[in-house]
Design a protein around this ligand. Structure first.
Ligand code: GAL
Length: 993
């Protein structure tokens, strides 16, 4: 049976009230449930670095922090994917405002370690600053420092230098452990000062390794995990530890390896990225169990998903999303997906829940693993340009619900409600849950069909029909506390409640246009006032019912009825709920309506000081602790008046964001950048390829020296080879073998003449994971007789394999592997040249070995006055490297958070690629004929929004087609009045410039 979304009706009622809501023409009865009060009182205060000791424990239901149950509602955010520390606060504040209570972070070893034993936590790598900012924002932290992390970063986070080091990684091999221990020592020195246990910070949980599913049964694996456990504990980490099991196999569950006899300080966690097109899986306690069941592998620890898909990644060429990029990831994992999958998780007893990713960010420089391009937007709830998306609406509704309704932290499956003998309805899956202590009951109703379906359910003893939109889900509650009253049941989803002065305020949400009934217990008939919108109400048998159709915000005040404090009911459709912000201050919670974002709130005396963002002009209405009579928004005082709803309403609207003017990019200058291809180029300072053995997993070809770039210390970006030979008379071809990541390429010149370019094919959905990306390029040659020759080869090796299977594949070679001639057999003496010493500010992953990179052409302040002035679009055909530079000024109003990108577009038939340097920072790689990425986010801080910027483009063109750049322009990706103060990220120029 399919009913209109506007309709629900009683199937059976113990006490039909005969209420009807205009337009619905149907009625449903309320009945009182059993009165067992749910735990009341304010939700636990958000954590801070308060310097006090705290207890962090758990049982099979949930984490227990300072003796209170806590559902962890977390989002993943990688500081290394946002190289502007000021903006960390922006993303963290957005997360907290949108209902997350925790941030989960990987710490990438390669990002911090330019050389063995060296660990850099300065500047954009300041882990301590990130942890302080998280604590200041009021978020717990889940810390995941590997040593191996995967995460679609180069070598799964292993430093480049480790690819050329002895020792089998991810095992108990002492040669590897020596390095891994040094890394953990360096991380733990910082983290141990930021743990929640002693109030130094808010780190609550700490992960060992990641998705370690090989060697599970071998001593090398078990000893490795035991070693990591002991090492981290010895470093003073005393919060609970866990591992992230890939595939829900029960790997590394408590008791499966040596944790030094400790009990109760180690949890089991597993991850999952189910297809959004399939039925959500039951991976918690209430599913079928068994080896793939998830939480059942560890019956004494809470259901814990350290990573659950909040989007997915996309390879070069965009095969994952049909070339549509991350917008498609966001479309297929939209708000309804979140409700359907995440409410299923909660219904399965998952009370430690982290969504990967919540802000994906940018794999800038040489950070991305071969399987992804620069953008790691992921289709996450907060996009790469830091803009909130629709996906935050359910995240906030659920997050706030978990905070307001502690009953949800301890749930058991409940049998069918008494008297319920029917299935909830075709296409509907129902989870019926009960808190065994409070007897609060919850129903998660999920519709796995594409069209709306109706669930026939029993709520508080009453049968009701509840519509669930296609491929969506909803949660219904009964028997929970709403401040000082008790909810009998509601067909709308509760979102939050708070005590605001004398009255309580409760918010219910749902899809616009839905008819809802909400029933409250009341010992005698309360006075009900509909303050705004339309609602009908009635009272019978100790229950007040309020009916309303969701649309905008309907306000209903309930007074009396056996409870002294009035209750303000706010029924908000999704769109309106996104303008309601709860914030906990030391003086008590506030609820704010109107702005696009509430960042901070404090009450001083009679004044509520608020900061946040507006996009368009907006109301400002505040419910808060008793006695507030003044409002200050972003430091500006506003006149205000008290409303009938018991709030303070600002006497004028908040201003929206002003205009942002972006300059056209002109004044380009050009220089060719491949002198290495010229026969006379001086390579005497280059490294001779004199090694004969390698720790690589790639075999050194017979009769060849080791040519692998990593063996000569060149781990990131381009490498040049020059091979000198004579005795080539009669040679008619040369074959050059190389290994790369996806989209690697090789260009060759003989005696300065281009031989051609070889490119690895564009990956499809299968090869992206399986490909080894080895190739041999064969070029015809005709060397002039009796001469000495030089073969110049440029390899863009892309990045190292991720080693997801723990078989050392991050050590697969990168660069040239062999050269062979036909028609002659000259002895070739090779020299190699790659990236210069790492940039001490921008880090080891910023630059590779192009001539321009080695000589600071990408840096601000580089003297390009002698370069040729040119205009875009360009139309030149050559094999090699061409650099373009320009400068531009921005004058974005202070107080305006403009998010700006660089967009490149051109005829997709043109074969060229571009590395983008903004103020010397490598903001990513554009491949014109592969895509799918065209817009590159330029993070404020690296981007001077008030001042001068330098843009440098390093273009590699293969000469088979004319090359661009075509159009290159600044694009506005979002704007808000407000934002956070942004400190410029240091961007030094060339030494001595
Ligand atoms: C997980 C892994 C993460 C990341 C994710 C996909 O399996 O733990 O590091 O790679 O997959 O984005």
């Amino acid at each position: 049976m399919v009913l209109s979304r506007r309709t629900f009706s009683a199937l059976a009622g113990t006490a039909a009230l005969g209420l009807s809501l205009s337009g619905s023409g149907s009625d449903v009865a309320c009945a009182a449930g059993r009165t067992v009060l749910a735990p009341t009182g304010p939700a636990p205060a958000p954590p801070s670095a308060d310097g006090r000791p705290h207890t962090v424990g758990f049982d099979r239901y949930s984490m227990i922090v300072d003796g209170r149950r806590l559902v962890i509602w977390s989002g993943e955010f990688h500081p290394f994917r946002l190289p502007s520390p000021s903006l960390w606060r922006d993303v963290l504040q957005k997360m907290r405002a949108h209902g997350y209570n925790t941030v989960s972070i990987y710490v990438a070893w390669n990002y911090h370690s330019p050389a063995p034993g060296q660990h850099d936590f300065t500047g954009v790598r300041d882990l301590g600053l990130f942890l302080r900012t998280a604590a200041e924002t009021g978020l717990y932290v889940i810390l995941r420092p590997g040593p191996y992390i995967n995460a679609e970063v180069d070598a799964g986070g292993f430093p480049g230098w480790l690819t050329a080091a002895p020792g089998v990684a991810r095992t108990s091999d002492p040669a590897y452990l020596r390095h891994a221990d040094q890394w953990l020592t360096a991380v733990d020195r910082i983290v141990s000062r930021h743990q929640y246990t002693d109030g130094g910070g808010t780190v609550l949980l700490y992960q060992l390794e990641n998705e370690y599913d090989n060697h599970v049964a071998e001593p090398a694996g078990r000893d490795y995990m035991a070693h990591l456990y002991a090492k981290v504990r010895a470093d003073g980490i005393d919060v609970p530890l866990f591992h992230n099991d890939k595939g829900r196999n029960g790997h590394w569950a408590p008791g499966t390896f040596d944790t030094g006899g400790e009990r109760g300080r180690y949890l089991y966690g597993f991850d999952g990225y189910p297809s959004p097109f399939k039925t959500p899986p039951d991976w918690g306690y209430f599913g079928p169990g068994g080896p793939k069941g998830g939480s059942t592998a560890s019956p004494d620890t809470p259901g814990f998903i350290p990573e659950f898909g909040g989007g997915w990644f996309d390879p070069w060429g965009g095969a994952e999303f049909g070339g549509l990029g991350y917008a498609e990831s966001r479309r297929t994992r939209d708000a309804a997906y979140e409700r359907r999958f995440y409410l299923t998780n909660l219904a399965n007893g998952i009370t430690v829940h982290n969504v990967y990713m919540t802000f994906g960010g940018t794999s800038w420089g040489w950070l991305p693993a071969p399987i992804v391009y620069t953008s790691y937007d992921y289709g996450a709830a907060i996009d790469e340009a830091r803009q909130p998306t629709d996906k935050l609406v359910p995240m906030r509704q659920i997050g706030r619900l978990l905070q307001s309704v502690p009953d949800l932290a301890k749930l058991d499956p409940a049998g069918p409600p008494p008297g319920d003998t029917t299935e909830p309805g075709p296409g509907i899956k129902a989870y019926h849950l009960v808190n065994p202590d409070t007897e609060a009951r919850f129903l998660v109703l999920r519709n796995d069909t594409p069209s709306e379906a109706v669930a026939a359910v029993t709520l508080g003893g009453t049968r009701a029909e509840v519509p669930v939109p296609g491929l969506d889900a909803r949660l219904l509650a009964s028997g929970i506390a709403l401040g000082r009253r008790k909810l009998s049941w509601s067909t709308a989803q509760p979102m939050l409640w708070l005590a605001a002065g004398r009255q309580d305020v409760a918010v219910f949400t749902g899809r616009a246009g839905e008819s809802t009934r909400t029933c409250l217990e009341a010992t005698d008939e309360p006075k009900v006032t509909v303050l705004d919108g339309e609602a009908a109400h009635g009272y019978a048998d100790g229950v007040l019912s309020v009916d309303t159709v969701l649309g905008g915000i309907t306000r209903v005040r309930v007074e009396g009825g056996g409870t002294a404090a009035p209750l303000l009911l706010l029924f908000a459709d999704d769109e309106s709920s996104r303008l309601l912000w709860r914030h906990d201050t030391p003086s008590g919670p506030v609820l704010v309506r109107g702005p696009a974002l509430l960042r901070t709130a404090v009450v001083r005396g009679t004044t509520a000081h608020l900061t946040g963002d507006t996009a368009d002009a907006a109301d400002l209405e505040v419910w808060g602790p008793r006695g507030i009579s003044e409002l200050v928004w972003n430091q500006g005082a506003l006149p205000s008046r008290v409303t009938a709803s018991g709030s303070l309403l600002a006497g004028r609207r908040l201003a929206g964001a002003g205009r942002v003017r972006l300059p056209a990019l002109t004044g380009w200058r050009r220089a060719e950048g491949n002198p290495e291809s010229a026969p006379g180029h001086d390579d005497t300072a280059w490294r001779v390829t004199d090694r004969t053995a390698s720790y690589s997993v790639t075999a050194v070809p017979d009769g060849q020296p080791v040519l692998f770039a990593d063996d000569y210390g060149f781990h990131y970006g381009d490498v040049w080879y020059r091979g000198h030979f004579a005795d080539a008379d009669g040679a008619d071809s040369v074959s050059l073998s190389y290994v790369a990541g996806t989209q690697g390429l090789l260009m060759a010149w003989l005696d300065g003449e281009p031989l051609g370019t070889h490119r690895m094919p564009v990956p499809d959905a299968k090869t992206v994971r399986k490909g080894t990306w080895t190739a041999t390029a064969t070029f015809p040659v005709r060397p002039r007789k009796g001469r000495a020759h030089v073969l110049s080869v440029l390899v863009r090796p892309m990045q190292h394999d991720e080693d997801g299977r723990a078989d050392d594949t991050h050590k697969a070679a990168r660069g040239l592997t062999a050269a062979a001639f036909t028609g002659a057999a000259p002895a070739v003496r090779w020299r190699i040249q790659g990236a210069a010493a790492p940039d001490p500010v921008r880090g080891p992953l910023n630059t590779g070995g192009l001539h321009g990179e080695r000589h600071g052409w990408h840096l601000p302040g580089f003297a390009d006055g002698g370069w040729q002035p040119v205009a875009f679009p360009r139309n030149e055909r050559r094999q090699g490297v061409t650099w373009y530079r320009t400068g531009f000024r921005l004058a974005v109003d202070s107080g305006l958070d403009a998010s700006i990108g660089l967009t490149l577009t051109d005829d997709p038939a043109r074969a060229y690629r571009v590395q983008i340097f903004l103020n010397g920072w490598n903001m990513g790689q554009y491949i014109n004929d592969v895509g799918p990425q065209h817009t590159f986010v330029l993070p404020n801080g690296v981007l001077r929004t008030r001042g001068r910027n330098t843009l440098a483009l390093a273009v590699l063109s293969d000469g088979t087609t004319p090359a661009g750049p075509g159009r290159v322009e600044l694009t506005l990706l979002g704007r808000a009045a407000g934002g956070v103060p942004v400190t410029p990220v240091p961007s030094p120029g060339p030494a001595g410039a």
